[in-house]
Write a protein that binds this ligand. Structure first.
Ligand code: GLU
Length: 516
């Protein structure tokens, strides 16, 4: 059975937005399934009616899909082991409970929450481990009947036998728990809803799960679950508990450390490819020194024993660093698709594809996150760009104005001839021109149509002529141009700005700068 393709599952409780820690668990399961030709089941653990919400479930499915983590069975996909919502599986848990009742392995517990809390505090005050005393186990049938008749609701508790519970964790090795330390635990609450440890055993068994890969915060639950496997006569799956993500203070990553939800990072402009790479990389799941790993490589090299044993510190700087690498390397169509929502949010939803591709080609090396595209769209929009105070200060200098005026003059005069001579030059120039056209420069950029275009060779010629005319080079030449043309003192390479803006817009901006 162990040699059949593995069946793994991700079993989130939709009580909040997907946390990066849970996303990492989902990712490990997905990588494992894809690496070994297995099946990933998505099971929604929605028995907590108070904390579960439909909205969180929708977010969860959307966030997983955004990350590229697809499931083979589960919501929206169906499969032979459904339903895949625990709330729809209550009869299955009832069957399991009946078997345990018949076998005398569980007993009704009539203790109220207040009684249990008082018992817990009393144990704690005596420095004893807070576990259930087993009080209701000692009730006789008469006492049980009377309590039931008095209207006291009963939960079902599992009677933990003495002795140790051992298993070999695929990541952490030999694990051992003393049954004596656990205390009898509730498997079905007094409202009839199964407790997590019980439902998960019934489900993992009925869904044919072969490997349970989850966070190490579930280690002690595994001991309880193994007792239930044994009691129900089910063969347990294999377990792999990975270390958790920690904040810089080495405490479990939580709200106080900043953003923790996948959705937050998505809104902040992370590419899913970068987040997946980062989460897979965290905790030394990779060979040292290899930090950039596309998902296909990550699948091919994934193995559980490389998943970190010790907690991995979440380093946001590294995530953003990876993000800018991905932005630089992603295929243009994919990048454009990912950028579209941010383009729309910035108010440029109507922008044409080739114009957008042109702007992306110009600015991708400067983008650190996807939200920054809005700023560049404004910079390249004649009606929206603005001269920053720093840019104004630079333009105010007479020497800078001379450079700006000379460029304007060149654009109005000699450059047209220059383009005539060199524009259709040798094959090298032609292919450069083709590249410039592919960036979409000129399209819906202005009034001058095809002649509006500033090819790379034209750009070089203009700059050479300008240097000759003004006798200035380097910063003295480029900074005034950058300030006048983009309104900023930093930004994408100037040749790219020329190419995106086109001649008409260049002219308009130079005039505007001179008018300041
Ligand atoms: N619903 C549980 C959780 O989100 C599942 C734990 C498990 O994988 O067994 O923590």
């Amino acid at each position: 059975m162990k040699d059949l393709p593995p069946r793994v599952r991700f079993a989130p409780s939709p009580t909040g937005d997907l946390h990066v820690g849970n996303a990492r668990t989902a990712l490990f399961n997905w990588l494992f399934a894809r690496r070994y030709g297995g099946v990933l089941v998505l099971r929604i653990e929605d028995t907590d009616q108070v904390r579960t919400s439909r909205v969180f479930e929708e977010h969860l499915l959307a966030d997983l899909a955004w990350l590229g983590i697809d499931w083979d069975e589960g919501p929206g996909r169906g499969g032979p082991c459904g339903p895949y919502h625990q709330s729809e599986r209550l009869p299955l848990y009832r069957d399991g409970l009946e078997r345990l009742v018949a076998a005398g392995m569980v007993y009704p517990c009539f203790c109220t929450d207040e009684e249990l809390e008082a018992e817990r505090l009393s144990l704690l005050s005596r420095k004893l481990a807070p576990r259930y005393s087993g009080k209701c186990r000692r009730l006789d049938d008469d006492q049980r009947r009377r309590l039931a008749e008095s209207g006291r609701p009963a939960a079902w508790r599992f009677h933990v036998p003495p002795g140790s519970i051992a298993f070999r964790d695929l990541i952490r090795g030999e694990m051992r728990f003393a049954g004596e330390a656990l205390g009898d635990f509730i498997i079905v609450r007094s409202n009839g809803i199964p407790a997590y440890n019980f439902a998960v055993v019934v489900d993992d068994h009925l869904m044919g799960i072969t490997h349970v890969i989850r966070g190490e915060d579930h280690l002690s639950n595994t001991a309880l679950q193994l007792l239930l496997y044994r009691a129900l006569g089910f063969e347990p799956p294999r377990f792999a508990h990975h270390a958790l993500i920690l904040g810089r203070d080495r405490a479990k990553l939580g709200k106080r450390h900043g953003a923790t939800a996948v959705r937050e990072f998505r809104e902040q402009g992370v590419l899913p490819e970068a987040l997946v790479n980062y989460l897979a990389l965290l905790g030394s799941s990779f060979e040292a020194g290899r930090e950039f790993s596309r998902v296909e490589e990550t699948i091919a090299s994934f193995s559980l024993d490389r998943a970190g044993k010790s907690g991995a510190v979440f380093d946001e700087d590294k995530l953003w660093w990876l993000n800018s690498l991905y932005i630089r390397q992603e295929a243009p169509e994919i990048l454009a698709r990912r950028l579209r929502p941010f383009v729309a949010a910035a108010g440029y939803g109507e922008i044409g594809t080739s114009r957008l591709h042109g702007i992306i080609a110009a600015v991708r090396d400067n983008l650190h996150d996807l939200t920054e595209i809005g700023d560049y769209l404004r910079i390249f929009d004649d009606d929206a760009y603005d001269l920053s105070p720093e840019a104004r200060a630079i333009i105010a200098d007479p020497e800078a104005r001379e450079v700006i005026a000379s460029l304007l003059d060149l654009l109005d005069g000699p450059v047209a001839d220059v383009q005539g001579v060199q524009g259709d030059g040798g094959p090298e120039a032609q292919s450069r021109n083709a590249a410039a056209s592919a960036t979409g420069a000129g399209e819906d950029a202005g009034i001058a149509g095809a002649n509006d275009e500033v090819t790379p060779s034209l750009y070089r010629t203009v700059i050479e002529l300008l240097a000759e005319r003004t006798g200035r080079r380097g910063k003295k030449l480029f900074l005034p141009l950058r300030a006048a043309l983009t309104g900023r003192t930093r930004g994408p390479e100037l040749d790219r700005c020329f190419s995106v803006l086109g001649r008409a817009s260049l002219r308009r901006r130079l005039e505007r700068a001179l008018a300041v």
